[in-house]
Design a binder for this molecule. Sequence first.
Ligand SMILES: [Zn+2]
Length: 232
Amino acid sequence: MTTRLLRIGDDIIAVHAIVTEDGVTLIDAGLPGDLRMLRAALAAEGLSLGDIRGIVLTHGDSDHIGVAERLRTDHGIPVHIHEADAALATGRTRARGVKADAWRLWPTLGFLWAGIRRGMLRTRHVADVRTLADGDVLELPGRPEIIAIPGHTPGSVAIRVPGVDALFLGDAITTRHVLTGADGARLAPFSDDKEATRQSLEKLRGLPEERIFPGHGPEFRGTADDLLDALV
Ligand SMILES: [Zn+2]
């Protein structure tokens, strides 16, 4: 059975879809205005929103949960998130008040403009989630494996999908700093605890996957070991 990876969106904010003969798993859910883009990307593959079997969120920040509630209510698609970020995704706790540690005007405006255009200001929390724990392997297309990597948020996870040779790290790292435009793999801004992230990422050493996807920025080509060596 062939398993394919679709990258939907752009280097500012991306959503990933794992496509198998059994349907689609969505990794993260973008922004609320991303439904049309998602529908078009699936249609190009002969698929529809109804083929999505589940959504797995790397963490609970608003720029990752965008279309999740809409897909849950319209299509009955379950939304999975680590238990430590469930309150963030459901809105039972307020959005995190984390300060940016660095920013430059044009990259920041570019991020905000893309975000506003794609509905960032109308966050729709997820009313009902299924919680994940470290080590879970989900019965969803691609059998995603959950590795808890607390730091950016308490419930941040890495999602391992061996069938597409990929690790999805959410905002543990970024390869394009949304506020400075700087390239290169680094620990992401707006993190609760970057040192905790760095320690969490050590758990990924030895994994064979050679494609690493952050929530923001282009793919990192290399293994987790290569990434840890390259972090600036
Ligand atoms: Zn993000």
